[in-house]
Design a protein around this ligand. Structure first.
Ligand code: NDP
Ligand code: 2IT
Length: 449
């Protein structure tokens, strides 16, 4: 990444640091975008005149609330809930909810900020937002998760809606949590407003392919990057970090496209399976039984588990980080490149540190940043909203084709935009510039709001 920033942008960045103290992840996400858009401001001086950058970096609205709930022992628990409604230039705020003990305002703001540009890249009418809580779902009973979700929605319901803000899942929030939140929203509003949440169950307004969409989409994006280099997944050894929703469906699509995933992980350790990850076993352990990845080796005797291991030390040709932010540092990136990695596709949001990104770009490998590579999840959420609006439900094949076509278009848009601004092959510049221009033009059109 070009670590030098346009001088005037550096000044804007320093102001943002001062206005948002202690939010390291938000600063990181802003810096990455500002480093990409110097040439955009030269082409569109009106963006500077209208102070689009200062406005885009300031959320339209931030909601922070108390979430009290009773655990199974009858003890009172208190968590903090967040919803940051970042930008509505292109449509209702759209973005997931994350339940993880590390969640604080800086995480929600980095995710919401990235979401603005990601959602713009999908080409669909959705603005950017994000939310969540420092609630830790690990070790909680089903009833505890339900009581938490009901309490969370008892506060959130008044700020969301089909035309205002449409939350979905992220880390720690999947179909079960969306179900409990939808139930409580319906109860509080006396309305069956299906389009208020996405990632719903298939029997009550959900879309086929939404569960698979982020992992499938990220894999389609990497397939496009490989194609641009006259290459493909066929016969490639791959690693996929994490073992949650995004990781599982990344493994599934890589295997369908002829690659072999040999390692995945969770926050405790790494499994390595030379014969290729057994997808059905992974789904059984993680989706149906909610167990840890370490249990995998109890069923596949030739596989190994390393507690506290580093998945990026496992040699691969394609790496798909699908767990969390900053999981690949500069050293990990150097190890990947040294071991022959030729493509990185980010299923997770901001999984690579700025030092890591620089290593990938300097090495000239195909590097697909999260806001482009993982946009298939939110894009399919927007397809779910379309189906809800027309009370329709599309087939798996039809929806998957739409997803594949959206990912192809995003790839092409990033490629062409990078070239236009003098950074051929740099998908970071391509994604940031293309997403930013679309949102900025809409903001100019809407006047000073
Ligand atoms: P899940 O909760 O289903 O899975 C998360 C996985 O990542 C788990 O294996 C988890 O391990 C691991 N993980 C989470 N936090 C950490 C951490 N701090 N350190 C190490 N490992 C961690 O979430 P998703 O699969 O939905 O999300 C994964 C990533 O993809 C996130 O970055 C998310 O923002 C991004 N994303 C998700 C989309 C979606 O549609 N769901 C769309 C676009 C991006 P453990 O169980 O040990 O915590
Ligand atoms: O980071 C993301 O794009 C998501 N967690 C999905 C958001 C959505 O609204 O589907």
């Amino acid at each position: 990444m070009a670590t030098k920033m346009d001088e005037r942008l550096e000044f804007v960045y320093q102001e943002i640091l001062k206005r948002n103290p202690g939010e390291a992840e938000f600063h990181q996400a802003v810096r990455e975008v500002l480093e990409s858009i110097g040439p955009v401001l030269t082409k569109y001086p009106e963006f500077r005149e209208r102070k689009i950058i200062q406005r885009i970096c300031e959320p339209e609205r931030q909601i922070i609330f108390r979430v009290p709930w009773l655990d199974d022992r009858g003890e009172v628990q208190i968590n903090r809930g967040f919803r940051v409604q970042f930008n509505s230039a292109l449509g209702p705020y759209k973005g997931g909810l994350r339940f993880h003990p590390s969640v604080y305002l800086g995480i929600v703001k980095f995710l919401g900020f990235e979401q603005i540009f990601k959602n713009a890249l999908t080409g669909l009418p959705i603005g950017g937002g994000k939310g969540g809580s420092d609630f830790d779902p690990k070790g909680k009973s089903d009833n505890e998760v339900m009581r938490f979700c009901q309490s969370f929605m008892t506060e959130l319901w008044r700020y969301i809606g089909e035309y205002t803000d449409v939350p979905a899942g992220d880390i720690g929030v999947g179909g079960r949590e969306i179900g409990y939140m939808f139930g409580q929203f319906k109860r509080l509003t006396s309305k069956y407003e299906a389009g208020v949440l996405t990632g719903k169950g298939l029997d009550w307004g959900g879309s086929l392919v939404r569960t698979e969409a982020t992992g499938y989409g990220a894999t389609f994006f990497v397939a496009e990057m490989l194609k641009a280099r006259s290459d493909s997944f066929g016969g490639k050894t791959c690693t996929v970090s994490g073992s949650g929703n995004v990781a599982i469906y990344t493994v599934e699509k890589i295997h369908q496209l002829g690659g072999k995933v040999v390692a995945c992980s969770d926050s405790d350790g790494v499994i390595h399976d030379d014969k290729g990850i057994d997808l059905e076993l992974l789904k059984q352990l993680k989706e149906r039984e909610r167990r840890r990845i370490s249990d995998y080796v109890g069923y596949r005797k030739h596989a190994t588990y390393v507690a506290g291991g580093n998945i990026w030390a496992v040699p691969c040709q394609v790496a798909m980080p699908s767990a969390t932010q900053n999981e690949i540092n500069g050293k990990d990136a150097a190890t990947l490149v040294k071991n022959g990695c030729i493509a990185v596709g980010e299923g997770a949001n901001m999984p690579t540190t700025p030092e890591g990104i620089k290593v990938f770009l300097d090495a000239g490998i195909a590097y697909g940043p999260g806001k482009a590579a993982n946009a298939g999840g939110v894009a399919t959420s927007a397809l779910e909203m379309q189906q809800n609006a027309t009370r329709d439900s599309w087939t798996f094949e039809f929806t998957e084709q739409k997803l594949a076509s959206i990912m192809r278009t995003i790839h092409q848009n990033c490629w062409e935009t990078a070239e236009e601004f003098g950074s051929k092959g740099n998908y970071v510049v391509g994604a940031n510039a293309a997403g930013f221009i679309k949102v900025a033009k809409a903001m100019v059109a809407h006047g000073l709001i």
